[in-house]
Design a protein around this ligand. Structure first.
Ligand SMILES: Nc1ncnc2c1ncn2[C@@H]1O[C@H](COP(=O)(O)OP(=O)(O)OP(=O)(O)O)[C@@H](O)[C@H]1O
Ligand SMILES: [Mg+2]
Length: 285
């Protein structure tokens, strides 16, 4: 349903160039578009007495934002500002309470549960802070997990070959039979990156992907994501860390369920100005 050039994995490991902006493409249609999206959680039930009365949480208060193919976006903001809520909506893990969500031509906000999980398994790759690997499964089986949510359940030779390519891409080609507990945190997150790529997704979404990792390993994971972006993948990540966000091309800041700032990252500003140094972060309305 969505037109997409398949990623050529032989080109994934490319030396990242400093400046190749596809972030703000004029005259191009977004691949993902949110318009006045609200997400409200109602906690507790009515009629349980005043102490346990319903509490309404406005997690998103009318967010409008577009994402374009090839973007590399960091979403930042204080705890509770709505970052994960927005990422989960983008990833079709949840539906907005109101507002529009279009992925290409498709009206995601009004899809059925089945349609939603179909979009999720075909077009979206997820990377989570806690890796979310299945402990009983091998590296190979974990990478292939999204495939089992669609199709006949049979894994083809081509898919097995692709899995091995992905495992090699993340440096785990010789660990296909290992189980998560036999791997370091960084290696587990690399399995998650390979898993996120198995369907050659439209978008990779990462929520605090380096939150549990040391600095050197975080850097390694970010290099890997950077290479995927250079190879054409759209990446949207949530992070608390300025230096992690600095890898992105565009930075969105959230506060109390709203986007309060949205613009190019410092490296993009510096590169655009032809400077080696970091430039100031600007507000883009
Ligand atoms: N399933 C839920 N039920 C009720 N409230 C929720 C739910 N998920 C999130 N919230 C609330 O919505 C608000 C936004 O939460 P969200 O998880 O999006 O924040 P966040 O920016 O990701 O924070 P953090 O940096 O701590 O991960 C918070 O007030 C949170 O308590
Ligand atoms: Mg969060």
């Amino acid at each position: 349903m969505i037109e997409q050039a398949k990623t050529d994995l032989t080109n994934v490991v490319v030396p990242p160039e400093l400046y190749r902006s596809r972030a703000f493409v004029e005259g191009k249609r977004p691949i993902v578009s949110l318009t006045d999206v609200r997400k409200t959680y109602i906690m507790g039930k009515k009629g349980q007495g005043p102490e346990s009365g319903a509490v309404i949480v406005h997690a998103l208060r009318g967010v409008s934002v577009d994402f374009y193919q090839g973007e590399y976006v960091a979403i930042m903001g204080a705890s509770g500002s709505g970052k994960s809520t927005m990422l989960n909506l983008l990833g079709c893990l949840d539906r907005p309470s109101s507002g529009q969500y279009f992925m290409g031509e498709n009206d995601v906000a009004n899809m059925s549960d089945d349609e939603l999980s179909d979009v999720r398994s075909r077009y979206i790759g997820f990377i989570f802070q806690s890796y979310n690997l299945i402990q009983q499964y091998t590296v190979l089986e974990n990478i292939q997990l999204p495939l089992t949510y669609q199709g006949s359940g049979e894994i083809s030779d081509a898919q097995n070959k692709f899995t091995e390519q992905l495992a090699t891409m993340v440096g785990l080609g010789d660990r296909l039979d290992h189980r998560p507990m036999q791997l370091s945190g960084g290696q587990q997150q690399r399995v998650a990156i390979a898993r996120s790529m198995i369907n050659d997704p439209y978008i990779i979404l990462a929520d605090e992907a380096t939150g549990n990792l040391d600095t050197a390993t975080s850097h390694e994971i970010m290099t890997m994501l950077g290479n995927l972006n250079e190879a054409g993948k759209t990446i949207i990540m949530v992070t608390h860390e300025d230096d992690i966000a600095g890898n992105a091309k565009r930075i969105i800041r959230m506060r109390d369920g709203n986007i309060v700032e949205d613009g190019p990252s410092q490296r993009m500003i510096a590169a655009a100005a032809g400077l080696g140094a970091r430039g100031p972060l600007v507000n883009v309305p």
